[in-house]
Design a protein around this ligand. Structure first.
Ligand SMILES: Nc1nc2c(c(=O)[nH]1)N[C@H]1C(S)=C(S)[C@@H](COP(=O)(O)OP(=O)(O)OC[C@H]3O[C@@H](n4cnc5c(=O)[nH]c(N)nc54)[C@H](O)[C@@H]3O)O[C@H]1N2
Ligand SMILES: Nc1nc2c(c(=O)[nH]1)N[C@H]1C(S)=C(S)[C@@H](COP(=O)(O)OP(=O)(O)OC[C@H]3O[C@@H](n4cnc5c(=O)[nH]c(N)nc54)[C@H](O)[C@@H]3O)O[C@H]1N2
Ligand code: SF4
Ligand SMILES: [Mo]
Length: 744
C-alpha cells in the first residue's frame, strides 16, 4: 500500500529533516515550520516568494534578534505550497549565505571564457554597457541586442530592452522546456497550460505520468496533491524507462523503451475507441475530427505497439481500462520538460487528444479552468517599434511557435550569420546558458562573436566567465520584485520584500535597470523613485496595499464566476479557430504537417553505447543549487545509474568513478560515480542534471559529478515549434582516466 507518510517524507524533508551545518543553520534544523510559527521568541518575519525554482511558493522569512536571516517557511495561505516548502526552498537561504556569491560589478580584462575581471563601481559598469549598446545600435540597430532571461529579474531588463527598441527577448522555459506541450494544448484546446499547470491532481482517480517524475520533479503543490490523491485511492500509472519515485507509488509501472511513447499513446487510443470506452457525449458536444481519429488509430493495436515499446499487449489493454474507468476524473499528465526527441509537439498532441476523448479537459479530476489576477500596468511612454523581432529569424520554420526560440538567438549570433538580422549583444539574466542550451560549443562560438555580453547573476556560474560585464544581483531574500500572479483555482497574489539589506555591493535588477536607463537617456520609461513605489501603486489598484501585503504575504480573490469546470450539458466555446476541441488539427494540416500525430522511429544506441537519460533530484534545482551550502550538504554530486546486466558486462561496481563519452567523442569533463541499479533499463543510463560544474569559483560544486549538458551534442529539433530535443544522445564508459592517458 502506498503510504501517504512515506511519500510525504519527500515534501516534509523541507520542514524538518534537513541537517544544516554550523551556527545559525544548526539551530534552524531543530525547528519545524509549525514550531517556528508558535515560537515565543520575538522574531521578525517578512513575506517572500521562493526563487529556488519556478513554482514560486510564497513563504515567510524569519529574522533573528541580530537581524540575521534565520529560516524560511511556507505561507499557509499560499495555494502553491499550502504552508510547506520543499527541501530546496528551505535551503534557499544558502543562496544568501554562500560566500562564493558575486559581490561586486566586474569588467573583463582578459580573454572571454577566462575568469579575468577587475572590480569596478556600478557607475563604471553602466558607462561601459551604455557605450557598447550605443555602438551596436549605430552599427546594427537596437534589435541586435537580445535578452536571455529566466526568473524574476528578467522582466525588468525586458522593459529596458523594449524601451531601447528591441523585442528580442527569450527564455529557456520555451524551447528547452515546456514549449511543445504549450503548443500542443493550444492547437487542441486553444489555450496553453502555463505554470502552475491546471492539472486537478487533487481530485483525480487516475494519474498517468509519461516521463513526468513528480516526486523528484519537486513541484511542491502538485507533489502534495498527488500524495492526497493516492490516499483517496487514485491509481497512478507511470510510463518511464526508469523506476522513478513516482513509479514506486504506482499501480502500474510501464518501463517503456525510450523514444517510443507516441506508439503507446496511439495504441491506448486504439483500445479506448475500439472498446467504446471514450466519453461519447463530451466528444460529440465539444470535439472536432473524432471520426478521422477513429479510422486513423484502427491499425495501432497493442500488438502493433508491443515490439516498438516493449510493453506487452495485455498491459496496454489493462492500463487502457484503468484509465477509461476513471474517466472523466483522469489525467494524462502533460509533463513539463518535454523537449526530448524532436517530435515532442506531436507526442503532446497525443496526450491532449487522449485527454479530449476521455473528457477530462474542463472536468473535476482532469484539468480545471484556472483564474489569474491581472497585474495593473506601469504607465510609460510608448515603446519604439522594432524593425524586426524574433519572428524574422524563423525563415519559414517552426509554424506553431508562439514564443521566441532561444536557439535561434544563438544562431543569429554566430559568425556565419550573413543576413542583416544579426545579434551582437546579449543580456543574460538568471540563466546559465552554458549548461542550459544544448550544444555548448555552439553557444560558446556565438558568445565569442558578440560585441557585448552582460551577465546578471547572483553566482559566478559558467556563463559569468564569458561576460564582458558581470552585474551582481542580490538574492531574492534581499529585494522587492514584481508581485507574483499565477493561474490557480483561485486568483491570488504574493509579495516578495527584502528580509535583509543586500550583502556586499549587490543590487536588485529593478535598481540596475533604472540606473542604466539614465545612462541611455531612457529614464522617462521608469518614472518612479524606486520599485517599492511601483508595487504600492499596483497593490492599491488591486484593492489592497503594500502595508497589508507586508503583513499577510498572500492574498486570494474570488473567482468572478463559478467556472472552475465545464457546466454539464451547457455549450462552451473553446478558444480555437473552430470553437471546438480540435482533435484533427486543420492548422497543422494547412502548415503541411500531420494533422493527427504520427509515430516515427528514432535512432537506437550503437553497440556499446547507452541512451543518455537525465532528470531532477528533489534537493536540487538544475545547476543553481549545486554550490548551495545547505543543499550540497544533502547531495554533493550526481551518479550514473547503470543496469546490473550492463555493469556486469563492463565490470562496473557501485561507487566506482568512470568517465562518459558520447557518440560524437565528447568526454565528460569530470568523472562520475557508478550506481548499479535495476531501476534503469539496460539500454539507458540516467543522471541528475546540474552537476559537473566547471567554474572553479564554485568552491563546493566544482568538479563534483558529471555535466549532462556537455554530452548533449545531438539536438533533435522539433519542426513544429523549434524545441531542442535532448534525449537523442548516447554514451559509453571510460574506465581509466582519459586525461592521464592523453598526458602519457
Ligand atoms: N542538459 C540539460 N539541459 C537543460 C535541462 C536538463 O535537464 N538538462 N533542463 C531544461 C529546463 S527544463 C530548463 S527550465 C532550463 C533551466 O535553465 P536555467 O534557468 O538557466 O537553469 P540554472 O542552471 O539553474 O541557471 C539559473 C541561473 O540563474 C542564477 N540565479 C539564481 N537566482 C538568481 C537571481 O535571483 N537573480 C539572478 N540574476 N540570477 C539568479 C543562477 O545562479 C544560475 O546561473 O534548462 C534546460 N536545459
Ligand atoms: N527538484 C527539482 N524539481 C524540479 C526542477 C528541478 O530542477 N529540481 N525543475 C523544474 C522544471 S523547470 C521542470 S521543466 C520539471 C521537469 O520535470 P519533468 O517534467 O518531470 O520532466 P523530465 O525532466 O523530462 O522527466 C524526467 C523523467 O523522464 C524519464 N524519461 C526519459 N526518457 C523517457 C522516454 O523516452 N519516455 C518516457 N516515458 N520517460 C522518459 C526519465 O527517466 C525521468 O524519470 O521539473 C521541475 N521540478
Ligand atoms: S517548489 Fe520548492 S524550490 Fe520551488 S518555489 Fe516551492 S519551495 Fe521553492
Ligand atoms: Mo523547465
Amino acid at each position: 500500500m502506498n503510504s501517504r507518510r512515506q511519500f510525504i517524507r519527500i515534501t516534509s524533508l523541507g520542514a524538518s529533516a534537513i541537517i544544516f551545518g554550523g551556527g545559525v543553520f544548526k539551530a534552524m534544523s531543530e525547528v519545524t515550520s509549525l514550531e517556528a510559527k508558535n515560537l515565543k521568541v520575538n522574531l521578525k518575519r517578512t513575506p517572500t516568494y521562493c526563487e529556488v525554482c519556478f513554482w514560486k511558493c510564497a513563504g515567510w522569512v524569519y529574522i533573528n534578534e541580530k537581524g540575521e536571516i534565520w529560516k524560511v517557511i511556507g505561507n499557509e495561505d499560499d495555494p502553491n505550497c499550502n504552508g510547506r516548502f520543499c527541501p530546496r526552498g528551505t535551503g534557499g537561504i544558502g543562496m544568501y549565505y554562500d560566500k562564493d556569491r558575486l559581490k561586486q560589478p566586474l569588467l573583463r580584462v582578459g580573454k572571454k571564457g577566462h575568469q579575468t575581471f577587475k572590480e569596478v563601481s556600478w557607475d563604471e559598469a553602466f558607462d561601459f554597457i551604455a557605450t557598447k549598446m550605443k555602438e551596436i545600435k549605430v552599427k546594427h540597430g537596437p534589435e541586435s541586442i537580445a535578452l536571455f532571461n529566466h526568473g524574476s529579474g528578467g522582466k525588468h531588463f525586458g522593459n529596458l530592452l523594449k524601451a531601447y527598441g528591441s523585442a528580442n527577448i527569450t527564455a529557456p522555459s520555451y524551447a528547452q522546456c515546456k514549449g511543445p506541450r504549450e503548443e500542443a494544448f493550444r492547437l487542441t484546446f486553444g489555450a496553453e497550460l502555463s505554470s502552475p499547470e491546471p492539472t486537478d491532481i487533487r481530485d483525480t482517480r487516475c494519474l498517468v505520468l509519461i516521463g513526468s517524475h513528480i516526486g523528484e520533479n519537486m513541484h511542491n503543490g502538485h507533489v502534495q496533491e498527488m500524495s492526497d490523491a493516492i490516499d483517496k485511492g487514485a491509481a497512478i500509472i507511470t510510463v518511464d524507462p526508469r523506476f522513478s519515485t513516482a513509479a514506486s507509488k504506482s499501480k502500474f509501472w510501464l518501463p517503456i523503451k525510450p523514444a517510443t511513447d507516441i506508439a503507446l499513446l496511439l495504441s491506448w487510443m486504439n483500445v479506448i475507441i475500439g472498446e467504446e470506452w471514450y466519453d461519447k457525449k463530451y466528444v460529440e458536444k465539444y470535439c472536432l475530427g473524432f471520426d478521422q481519429l477513429k479510422s486513423y488509430v484502427k491499425t495501432f493495436t497493442p500488438e502493433w505497439a508491443y515490439p516498438i515499446t516493449s510493453i506487452a499487449p495485455d498491459v496496454i489493454r489493462k492500463t487502457a481500462k484503468e484509465i477509461a474507468n476513471a474517466s472523466p476524473a483522469v489525467l494524462i499528465h502533460p509533463g513539463r520538460h518535454v523537449t526530448w526527441y524532436g517530435d515532442d509537439t506531436q507526442r503532446l498532441r497525443c496526450v491532449a487528444i487522449l485527454n479530449a476523448i476521455l473528457g477530462s479537459y474542463g472536468r473535476r479530476g482532469g484539468f480545471y479552468f484556472p483564474a489569474e489576477t491581472t497585474l495593473p500596468g506601469v504607465p510609460h511612454p510608448p515603446y519604439p517599434e522594432p524593425k524586426w523581432s524574433w519572428k524574422a529569424l524563423l525563415n519559414g520554420r517552426y509554424p506553431a511557435a508562439e514564443a521566441s526560440i532561444s536557439d535561434l538567438f544563438v544562431e543569429a549570433s554566430l559568425p556565419e550569420q550573413t543576413n542583416d538580422k544579426k545579434i551582437k549583444g546579449w543580456f543574460v539574466v538568471g540563466t546559465n546558458l552554458i549548461t542550459t542550451i544544448p550544444n555548448t560549443l555552439k553557444t560558446v562560438k556565438a558568445i565569442q562573436n558578440l560585441d557585448l555580453l552582460v551577465v546578471v547573476d547572483t553566482m559566478p556560474m559558467e556563463i559569468a566567465g564569458f561576460a564582458d560585464v558581470v552585474l551582481p544581483e542580490c538574492t531574492y531574500l534581499e529585494r522587492y520584485d514584481d508581485i507574483r500572479v499565477g493561474p490557480h483555482r483561485e486568483p491570488n497574489i504574493a509579495l516578495r520584500m527584502p528580509a535583509a539589506e543586500p550583502l556586499y555591493n549587490t543590487k536588485p535588477a529593478s535598481w540596475m535597470v533604472q540606473k542604466l536607463s539614465e545612462k541611455l537617456g531612457l529614464s522617462n520609461y521608469f518614472p518612479y523613485k524606486n520599485f517599492e513605489e511601483v508595487l504600492a501603486t499596483q497593490l492599491i489598484k488591486l484593492g489592497t496595499s503594500l502595508e497589508e501585503m507586508q503583513k499577510i504575504g498572500v492574498k486570494k480573490f474570488s473567482r468572478e464566476a463559478d467556472d472552475l469546470y465545464l457546466t454539464e450539458g451547457l455549450d462552451f466555446t473553446f478558444p480555437t479557430a473552430s470553437g471546438k476541441i480540435e482533435i484533427y488539427s486543420t492548422e497543422l494540416e494547412a502548415a503541411g504537417f500531420d494533422p493527427l500525430p504520427k509515430y516515427t522511429a528514432h535512432p537506437e544506441p550503437p553497440e556499446g553505447f547507452y541512451r543518455l537519460n537525465y532528470g531532477r533530484a528533489p534537493m536540487h534545482t538544475f545547476g543553481r543549487t549545486s554550490n548551495n551550502p545547505n543543499l550540497s550538504a544533502l547531495m554533493s554530486e550526481n551518479s550514473v545509474w547503470i543496469n546490473p546486466k550492463v555493469a556486469k558486462v563492463w565490470g562496473l561496481v557501485n561507487d566506482q568513478y568512470i568517465w562518459l563519452k558520447n557518440q560524437d567523442g565528447v568526454v565528460s569533463g569530470f568523472p562520475i560515480k557508478v550506481r548499479v541499479t535495476e531501476r534503469i533499463r539496460w539500454d539507458s543510463v540516467y543522471m541528475v542534471h546540474g552537476f559537473g560544474r566547471a567554474d572553479k569559483k564554485l568552491s563546493r560544486a566544482y568538479g563534483k559529478g558529471a555535466n549532462d549538458s556537455e554530452l548533449i551534442t545531438n539536438v533533435m529539433t522539433d519542426p513544429l515549434m523549434g524545441g531542442t530535443g535532448m534525449r537523442g544522445n548516447f554514451v559509453t564508459f571510460i574506465i581509466d582516466n582519459p586525461k592521464q592517458e592523453a598526458k602519457s
